[in-house]
Design a protein around this ligand. Sequence first.
Ligand code: NDP
Length: 324
Amino acid sequence: MATHRTKMLIIGSGPAGYSAAIYGARAMMEPIVVQGLQPGGQLTITTDVENYPGFADVIQGPWLMEQMQKQAEHVGTKMMWDTIVDVDIAGGSPFRAVGDSGDEYIGDVLVIATGAQAKWLGAPGEQELGGKGVSACATCDGFFYRGKKVAVIGGGNTAVEEALYLTNHSQDVTLIHRRDELRAEKILQERLLKHPNITVQWNKAVSSFEGDPMGAGLTHLALKDTVTGEESTLDVDGAFVAIGHAPATELFKGKLPMDDGGYLLVEPGTPMTSIPGVFACGDVMDHTYRQAVTAAGTGCMAALDAERFLATLDFAEQEAEAAE
Ligand code: NDP
C-alpha cells in the first residue's frame, strides 16, 4: 500500500477528468488521475461521435477517450488504475482519498469528475435478464441482436439514438415511450419517425421483462398503456433501457451538497463546490447539457480555478512564514 501525493488529485477519467488533467499538467500541478472502474467513462460505450468539435469525419468514442488519455499523459499526468472508495475532505486542503487497492491519495486540490451512469427501470425481470436480453447500451450489445427483434425504452436523445443505431443490426426495432411526445432533439425525432424499420409504441410502460434467465433469455415485454391501463405484450429478443443517467456521487453523500437527483451542487457558472479547493466538473454536476464537449469545458474550468486556489494557498503560506 502506497501513498501518492500531488498538487492536483482528479477522480474520474471521462472528458472532464482528462481535460482537467491536461490543463493541470500544463500548469505544473503534476496531476494524478484515479481512473475508476470504467477508464474513459461513458464515451467508451459509444460508437460514432460526430458532435465533438475538431473532427470533420465521424470518430469513435473509445478512440476519442484514448486520445484524451494519451494527451493528458504526454503533458505529465500520472494515471492510476484504481477506484476511490472513501474520501476525507471535511478538514479542507490537503484532501485525502483511499483507493480500492488500499493506496492513499493526497491532493492539495481535489477535482471530482466521476460522471454519471445509466438508470434502470426497476421492473421485475430486468435484473435477472440483465445480459440475457436486457441491456442499457445498444452500442455495446446491439451486435448480438443481428436479425432479431429489439425494443428501446425511453424518449430522450439516448433512446432515439439507440433505436436508430439498432437498425444497423435489426429490421424490427420498437421504441417504447411512456408519453405521446418525445423529449429528443427534433432532428433525431424526424430520423426516427421516418425510419421504415422503427415502430413507436406511445403511452406504454414496461411492467415486466419476461423470459428464462437460465435458458432462452428475454422473450417478451409486458406493457401497460399509461393512459387507458390496457395491458399487452411485445415479443422481443433484446430490450435496451435508455431512460437517463444517475450521477456517481455515492462517495460524497453527507460530505458535499447535492440536488434531489444526486448531482453535486456548484457555485453557478463555476466548478466550485462548497469546500474551497474541491471542484466538480462534467456530468457529475451537470444534469442539463451532459455532452462530452461541455464536460471537457468544465474540466478546463476546474483546472484553471484549481490553479488560482493553489496560488492563494501558496500566498497564505508565504505570509505566515514571513510573519514568523
Ligand atoms: P433524458 O433524461 O433526456 O431522457 C430520459 C427519457 O427516459 C425521457 O424520455 C423519460 O421520459 C424517459 N424515462 C425516464 N424515467 C423513466 C421511467 N422510469 N420509465 C419510462 N421512461 C422513463 O436522458 P437521455 O439519456 O436521453 O439524455 C441525457 C442527456 O444527454 C440529454 O441532455 C440529452 O440531450 C443528452 N444526449 C445528447 C446526445 C447527442 O447530442 N448526440 C446523445 C445522447 C444524450 P419523459 O420524457 O416522459 O420524462
